[in-house]
Design a protein around this ligand. Structure first.
Ligand code: ZN
Ligand code: FE
Length: 255
């Protein structure tokens, strides 16, 4: 039985997620931007929190943890590489380590770039990956600590997962990301039709996260360094993919 996923809007534009296993009742939360909406989502469903998975150390992903744990004791899992700047961890993990939620088993993927030490959690049997500020809907996180080459390698790992994988990312930045994507790949029909769906969703107040990995591969410029149209628009036809990625990231930073 695949994990049941719940998207929880937090703060201004963050997302936390619940991953619930019906057979065992175990429930994980991925990132804790604030406690109240997560506690409410658990209470509404009668679920008991068992695990907390932290993606990276930024306050907007961990600052609600102490308050949540006060009423919802759970096993806290995060990157060993970042243990010195994360809240206290019960389990410190690294790339390739396994995480068990109920009867599903996830794998830790190092996705450094936004920060060095950022991890993602992939649950193959449930076709879901929690990416926070690495791969985002039509975007990727800003490079606060890592190099473009590091982020490019991280995104390549995520992009290689099965196309039906649900990408649970950390922020509602999709509309702004879409505007940028259109400036460098205006001839991409999949991008144009996705933008229409996003505008409708946002007008109705619906989240545009999570998204399917196959959709990201077709429309997310940060996964499309090999697009001839993007390369031509950047004046980088035939250039090295990392050079193209670096230029896309540079332009987005000042967009
Ligand atoms: Zn962040
Ligand atoms: Fe963030």
């Amino acid at each position: 039985m695949p994990l049941e996923i719940v998207t929880i809007p937090c703060l201004k534009d963050n997302y936390a997620f619940l991953a619930h296993d019906r057979d065992t009742g175990q429930t994980a939360v991925i990132d804790v931007p604030e406690a109240a909406p997560i506690a409410a989502a658990l209470a509404q469903r009668g679920w008991r929190l068992s695990h907390v998975l932290l993606t990276h150390h930024h306050p907007d992903h961990v600052q609600g943890l102490a308050e949540l744990l006060a009423d919802h004791p759970a096993t806290v899992i995060g990157a060993a590489a970042d243990a010195h700047r994360l809240p206290p961890l019960d389990v410190a993990v690294a790339e390739g380590d396994r995480i068990v939620i109920g009867r599903d088993e996830g794998q830790v993927i190092d996705v450094s770039g936004h920060t060095v030490g950022h991890i993602a959690f992939h649950f193959p049997a449930s076709s879901v990956v929690f990416t926070a500020d690495s791969l985002m809907a039509m975007g990727c996180g800003r490079l606060f600590e890592g190099t473009p080459a590091q982020m490019h390698a991280s995104l390549a790992k995520l992009s290689a997962l099965p196309g039906e994988t649900l990408v649970c990312s950390g922020h509602e930045y999709t509309a702004a990301n879409a505007k940028f994507a259109l400036t460098i790949e205006p001839g991409n029909a999949a991008l144009i039709s996705r933008i229409e769906k996003i505008e409708t969703a946002r007008a109705q107040g619906r989240p545009t996260v999570p998204s399917l990995l196959s959709t990201e591969r077709a429309t997310n410029p940060f996964l499309r360094s090999d697009s001839p149209e993007i390369q031509a628009n950047l004046g980088l036809s035939g250039a090295d993919p990392i050079a193209v990625f670096t230029e896309i990231r540079r332009r987005k930073d000042s967009f």
